[in-house]
Structure formats: structure tokens, C-alpha cells
Design a protein around this ligand. Structure first.
Ligand code: ADP
Length: 610
């Protein structure tokens, strides 16, 4: 396993403070994001927190008249009268504190739901806009994994921490002012005693964050094994090849590794907390000895002593909570940095500032000119100096062995990637001159592995042209043209029947049936260019014959490209182009290619012998 080595060397405290500073911009961005997602709720929340911050001080202040009142009442036997007011006010303050706590809780829930949905929607926008190339890099998945994992609870945690920080901060400042009345050195000593704890807290936060970054690849791998063990897709093979124990032990091995580091971190945090607790205790003891001796000497009243004790004790525990809040805030900001890093990813395939108009109907055709392309991070070149002209209105077949680069042509045509060199033109205009969205609207594709949408049959087909708001008749016609009409009619709810197993009452189709639904989707879109990548690969020979008979009329008036392994399909085309190792090796009609005696003729002969 790589990427999970322990950090080398002992990091300095200065480094943690530096890193703390670098997380600050994320904090501000998060605050901006929160106030954007829920402006009014955020304002109400801040107001409530401020009031809540002052309440404990009011209670502590009222302790002095209460204790002094009780002392006086006990000495003069005056009954309840001297303590009636302070007691009532303390009661009212406590009640108000409870009320505000509930209200804040409620507001925070609303606010955090809104913030969470807002961030998720930003992540969704980014995921949809991201280049396809992003989805081929493990780092992208690491980012996405962390962003999605953090988006769920980090903003809420940040809100909670900020709330505590605000309330505790206000209370602490007020308490320090109370304490200053007993001696200016007291608040200074109290604050000074917390500095070592601050360093410890920041160190823990950085360690926690660094651990998370290192752990992401392992977590994803563990998640992958978990998915293999629990998904329906893998279930048949896991059973037949008895892979359950293997994946389980792989999962447990990864979890063990993750657990060990997490335990180490928890141990360090525990030790730091013990240190903080003991130092606070020592400071309280020293201050109390001093104050009790002053009370014994008659320099302070019992009420003063009670006020001091409360203010000091609370000040100390507040300072500790505040430090913890700072640590959490810092940690949450670091983690939210993951989300912002993800949101900062910029796609490379973009539309030009002033895009050319895309042709509604092709006049000349599509031209690949000297196109060379290598997938990002891949060793092999997928297309090398590739030249091909697809004349407008023609039906063209592209044949070749696996890995020849056939599907890559489609991906470049849709501008999922841009070529490393060379160009692709439609009617003489480079693809990069069009708006990406407009260009894609002019092309319809049956992909080699079409998506099986766990939605109704109607949705599965109309997803091919949502923007065109297709009528039910158009959906039906596309299904019939794709040879899917008959089995759809047999489903209990016909076109309204759910497909797939994800949801209740979903019907599962055979691979060939799914393929025909995808074909219907591709046909629904009235695009001038149609690309069918292995359209009949999952069809039985009868369905294929039937479908091929209709293909010509379906493709009429459009520029069509058929990518296929099958001679029966290829023979149907006006021209056949043969590809090998990213290059075009032969072109011609079926009889021409057979007569030439090249690659095509060789494959044809091999297949006919079989
Ligand atoms: P074909 O459709 O002819 O079977 P492809 O166009 O899918 O072949 O692939 C051409 C070459 O590009 C192959 O060597 C394949 O391994 C490589 N390739 C395909 N897709 C990717 C990808 N997403 N990332 C890296 N390499 C890829």
C-alpha cells in the first residue's frame, strides 16, 4: 500500500500556527457560503448566540446579591424578602437561557440543512461540468470522496463550533472583566495558562487533517471492497468464484490499518486533554488559596468569594472550551478546504467566448485531420495521425479489433476530450469553435455501455431529448424503431413501468432489451449526426437482421457512423473503414475490401471458416 506512510520528523509548533493561518481564507469562504445559503436564518442565529453569551455573566453577577442576601437574612432572621429579587432574576435568566438554547437548536437544524443542500448542489454542478478526463484520475476521486464525505457534516460542525466560539467568547470576555475586579493579574494568568493547550489543540487539528488526506486512498479502496461485497452487480461472480472471504479480509486489512492510526491520534488527544485538565486544576487551587486567605482576613465577603469562585472556575473552563472550539474551527476549515479545492477544479474542455453557429443539417461532413490523441496519464497513444472524412448524409462503418481506437473517435467527436494535435471539423469549422453544449446537441450516440436509468421506460427514452420535450407518440415511435415496442407493451405498466431493481416494482430487462431501450433513446434525438457504437452487440441474430433492415431508413437524411465488430452490420454501410492501432488501414465497400485481400478480407475469411 502506498500513500499511507507515517510522517517523517517532528514538526515544529510554528508550522502548526502557520498552517492555522493558511486555513483562515477557507473559514471566511465558508462563512460567506453559509450566509448565502441561509441569510435570514444566519442573522437570527448570530443574534441569539450573542444574547446567550451574556446570560451566564448576568447569572454570575446575581450570585453576589443572592449570597450576600442569604448571609444577611440568616443573620437578621429577615426571611425571604432580601433574596426575593436576585432569586427571581436568576430564575428568569435560567429560563431564558433554556428558551434560547431550544430556539438556537431549531434554527441551526434549518440552517444546516439549507447549507448542506447548497454545498451538495455546488458539488453536483462541478461533477457534471468536470471534464471526462477528471473521472480518469484517482486524485479526482480522492477529492470527490473527501468533498462528498465532508459536505454532509462539516458545515454543520463548523456552525456548531462557531456558535460555541461566539457564545463562549462573549461570556469569557465578560468573566475576565469580572475577574479583573479582583486583580488585573488574574485574567492575564488565566489566559497565559491556556497558551500551551492552544499549541496542543492546533497540533492535533493538523494531525487529524493530514491523517485524513493520507487515509483517503485507503478509505476509497476499503469502500470499493465494501461495494463489491454488497452490490448486486458483483453478486453473481462473488458467489460463483467464492470471492466473499477474499474481499472481506482485504476490507478488514484496510480498516485495521486505518483504525491503528486513528487510535494513535485519539491517544495523543487524550494526553493533551489530561495536560490541560491538570494545569487548570493547579491554577484554580492556587487562586482559591489566595482568595480564601483574603476572605479569612476579612478583606472579602462570602458573596465576593462565591462570585470569584464562579467567575474563575467558569472562566477557566470557558477558556478551555474556547480553545477546543478554535481547534475544531481550524480543523473544520481545513476540511472545508477540500470542498473548495474540489470546487476550484476548472474544466479544460470549454466553449469559446464567441462560438460559431452549429449546423442544423450537415452540408459537407465531418473531417478528422492528422488527429493524435493519448488519454491523460495513459502510456499508449489511442489515435496517431488519424485522417478520416465522413461525408454528410452517408452511412459509414468503422471496423477494427479491440483497442483500435474506434470509441475514442466518438469521444473526441463529442468533445469529451480535445486531441493533442490535429483537428476535427464539421463543415469545415473546428469543433473547438462551437459551444460545447450546442455541439453535443447536434450529435446523438448509442454508447457501448449505455446507462440503465432506474426510472420509467418513458424516461429512459425521453432522456435522449429532454430539452425537446418529446411527445408520448415520439417516445413510442422511437421505441418501435429500435425494436423495443413489443417487449415494452408486455410490461405491466407499459411505458410507465419502472426499470431496474433499485426501486419498488422495477422490472429487470435482458442485456439486449436494455440495449434496444438505449437505441430508442439515441433515435429520439433528431440530431444530424448519429453514432452507434456496437448497436447490435447484445442482440440475437433475428433481432439484428430485423433491426439492420430498418437502420437505413432510420438514418436517412443524417450522417451516421456505425462502430462494429460484425460483418453483417458493416456490410450495410456505404463505406467501411478499417482501423488498427489508432490508424486507418483500409477503406472501401465490402466487395472492394474483399477484392483487395487486406486486413478486412483476412478477418472475413477467418470468420467464414469458423
Ligand atoms: P476500441 O473502441 O477500438 O475497442 P478504444 O477507442 O476504446 O478502442 O481504445 C483505444 C485505446 O485507448 C486502447 O488502447 C485503450 O486501452 C485506450 N483507452 C480507452 N479508453 C481509455 C481511457 N479512458 N483511459 C486511458 N486509456 C484508454
Amino acid at each position: 500500500m502506498t500513500g499511507f506512510q507515517k510522517e517523517q520528523g517532528v514538526p515544529s509548533v510554528a508550522r502548526y500556527f502557520r498552517r492555522a493561518g493558511s486555513a483562515l481564507p477557507y473559514l471566511f469562504r465558508t462563512l460567506r457560503l453559509i450566509s448565502l445559503a441561509a441569510p435570514n436564518w444566519t442573522a437570527a442565529w448570530i443574534a441569539l448566540l450573542l444574547v446567550q453569551g451574556f446570560l451566564p455573566v448576568a447569572i454570575v453577577y446575581l450570585t453576589r446579591p443572592l449570597v450576600n442576601g442569604i448571609t444577611a437574612a440568616a443573620a437578621s432572621r429577615a426571611g425571604w424578602t432580601p433574596i426575593l429579587w436576585p432569586a427571581t432574576l436568576i430564575g428568569a435568566a435560567l429560563l431564558l437561557a433554556e428558551l434560547l438554547r431550544s430556539a438556537t437548536q431549531w434554527i441551526r437544524t434549518v440552517q444546516s440543512e439549507l447549507v448542506q443542500d447548497h454545498i451538495t448542489s455546488l458539488i453536483h454542478d462541478k461533477s457534471v461540468a468536470a471534464d471526462l478526463a477528471f473521472y480518469e484520475s484517482p486524485e479526482f476521486y480522492d477529492h470527490l470522496h473527501r468533498a462528498r464525505a465532508e459536505a454532509g457534516y462539516r458545515p454543520i460542525a463548523l456552525l456548531e463550533t462557531l456558535g460555541n466560539l461566539l457564545t463562549n467568547g462573549v461570556t469569557l470576555i465578560a468573566m475576565l472583566i469580572v475577574l479583573a475586579g479582583f486583580g488585573v493579574w488574574l485574567p492575564v494568568a488565566l489566559l497565559a495558562s491556556t497558551l500551551p493547550v492552544l499549541a496542543v489543540v492546533l497540533r492535533d487539528a493538523v494531525r487529524q487533517h493530514e491523517f485524513r488526506i493520507r487515509a483517503t486512498p485507503l478509505e476509497r479502496r476499503a469502500w470499493y471492497h465494501d461495494w463489491l461485497l454488497t452490490s448486486g452487480d458483483a453478486a453473481p461472480e462473488v458467489r460463483l468464484f467464492a470471492l466473499g472471504d477474499y474481499f472481506k479480509s482485504a476490507y478488514q486489512g484496510l480498516r485495521k490499518q486505518l483504525r491503528r492510526e486513528r487510535f494513535d491520534l485519539a491517544r495523543h488527544q487524550g494526553a493533551a486533554q489530561l495536560f490541560a485538565g491538570v494545569s487548570a486544576l493547579a491554577l484554580t487551587a492556587a487562586a482559591m488559596v489566595l482568595m480564601v486567605s483574603r476572605t479569612l482576613a476579612g478583606l472579602m465577603s462570602l458573596g465576593d468569594l462565591a462570585l470569584f469562585y464562579q467567575a474563575f472556575q467558569q472562566g477557566l473552563s470557558l477558556a478551555r472550551s474556547l480553545l477546543e472550539n478554535v481547534g475544531q474551527l481550524y480543523q473544520n476549515s481545513l476540511f472545508l478546504g477540500n470542498i473548495f479545492e474540489f470546487l476550484a477544479l476548472e474544466p479544460q474542455v470549454v466553449s469559446p467566448e464567441e462560438p460559431a453557429a452549429t449546423p442544423a443539417c450537415l452540408r459537407e461532413g465531418i473531417r478528422f485531420q492528422g488527429v493524435t490523441f493519448r488519454y491523460p496519464g495513459a502510456g499508449n497513444i489511442a489515435l496517431r495521425d488519424f485522417n478520416l472524412t465522413i461525408p454528410a448524409g452517408r452511412l459509414l462503418a468503422i471496423m477494427g479489433p479491440n483497442g483500435a481506437g474506434k470509441s475514442t473517435l466518438v469521444k473526441l467527436l463529442c468533445r469529451f476530450y480535445d486531441p493533442d494535435s490535429g483537428s476535427i471539423n464539421i463543415d469545415g469549422v473546428d469543433l473547438r469553435s462551437f459551444s460545447v453544449e450546442e455541439l453535443r446537441r447536434r450529435i446523438t450516440v448509442l454508447f457501448q455501455q449505455p446507462v440503465r436509468y432506474n426510472s420509467t421506460v418513458r424516461d429512459n427514452i425521453r432522456f435522449g431529448d429532454l430539452a425537446g420535450v418529446p411527445s408520448d407518440d415520439a417516445v413510442r415511435a422511437a421505441a418501435v424503431n429500435a425494436g423495443a415496442g413489443a417487449f415494452i407493451e408486455r410490461l405491466p405498466d407499459g411505458y410507465e413501468n419502472l426499470l431496474g431493481h433499485w426501486f419498488e416494482k422495477g422490472a429487470e430487462l435482458s442485456v439486449g432489451e436494455w440495449q434496444r431501450v438505449a437505441l430508442a433513446r439515441a433515435f429520439l434525438r433528431q440530431a444530424p449526426v448519429i453514432v452507434l457504437d456496437e448497436p447490435t452487440s447484445a442482440m440475437d441474430p433475428w433481432a439484428e437482421t430485423d433491426w439492420l433492415r430498418r437502420l437505413r431508413s432510420l438514418a436517412k437524411g443524417r450522417t451516421a457512423v456505425l462502430i462494429t465488430h460484425r460483418f453483417t452490420t458493416a456490410m450495410l454501410a456505404d463505406e467501411i473503414h478499417v482501423m488498427e492501432e489508432g490508424r486507418l488501414v483500409e477503406s472501401g465497400s465490402h466487395p472492394e475490401l474483399i477484392a483487395r485481400g487486406g486486413r478486412y478480407a483476412e478477418w472475413w475469411a477467418t470468420q467464414n471458416i469458423q
